[in-house]
Design a protein around this ligand. Structure first.
Ligand SMILES: [Zn+2]
Length: 121
């Protein structure tokens, strides 16, 4: 049964965006954990398994939190700053494995979050 859920407040949305930004700027394991904890806490608060943010969707399966990009790119450049993300400050936020290809969610130092379909070799 789907019950009506209240939409996260502006304050809570900004907390989640800030947790993403801190991870994108620092890319430490510790800030990744903080980001996941904040996102999971908010999903528990709103009793939902999915929250839509400005740059991404967040979902959870049990304790596992997944971030999925809204924007996808087929190229090698970050859509935000244009840097080649194979050799710049881009980190993987989440990977959704598929049978023929994975959907990888990347986060760039510039604040952009984007996805790319990576064919399996
Ligand atoms: Zn960028």
């Amino acid at each position: 049964m789907e019950i009506a859920l209240s939409h996260p407040t502006r304050e809570d949305l900004s907390v989640m965006e800030a947790a993403l930004d801190v991870f994108l700027r620092t890319r430490y394991g510790a800030t990744r954990n903080v980001m996941h904890s904040v996102l999971r806490m908010m999903m528990e608060k709103y009793r939902t398994d999915r929250i839509v943010l400005s740059r991404c969707w967040v979902s959870r399966t049990g304790a596992y939190v997944r971030v999925m990009a809204k924007n996808y790119t087929a190229g090698r450049e970050c859509p935000g700053c244009g840097d080649d993300f194979m050799c710049s400050d881009v980190s993987i936020i989440s990977i959704l494995e598929g049978s023929g290809a994975d959907r990888v969610c990347y986060g760039c130092n510039c604040g952009e979050i984007f996805g790319r379909v990576e064919e399996k070799n």
